[in-house]
Write a new protein. Structure first.
Length: 119
């Protein structure tokens, strides 16, 4: 299960989604993955001084637009999931069933009660 653009990987690259929950080391098979993981962690952790420091690094590493996009995606995703959790939105049964293996691989079930995954 992947979004259209995130599924675009070369034949010699295999993404490791377990990295996003600390179940591994490395770059997750993504160009500049270690940087992006640190940036997303800083955004999710509300570490604004670290976000500022990493933003300056990102401008030189991947460019200003890609750096802004990465920050916006991390902040937006974090906000959307917090809103959904707060108002009790659950996954529909089709998505819940389709994401069982993915959730197990990345350990996301550890972050919420089982009721979250049941529509």
């Amino acid at each position: 299960m992947a979004l259209r653009e995130s599924a675009e990987v070369s034949e010699d690259t295999e993404g490791d989604l377990g990295i996003v929950t600390g179940r591994g080391d490395g770059d997750a098979g993504v160009p500049h993955g270690q940087f992006l993981i640190r940036l997303a962690d800083a955004v999710a952790g509300w570490s604004w001084d670290e976000v500022t420091r990493l933003r300056h690094i990102g401008v030189n590493l991947v460019g200003p637009e890609a750096t802004s996009d990465a920050i916006l995606v991390a902040a937006g995703f974090n906000g959307i999931t917090r809103v959904a959790d707060a108002i009790g939105i659950r996954l529909d049964s089709r998505t819940a069933n389709a994401s069982v293996n993915l959730r197990a691989t990345i350990g996301i079930d550890d972050f919420a009660p089982a009721a979250k995954w049941i529509a």
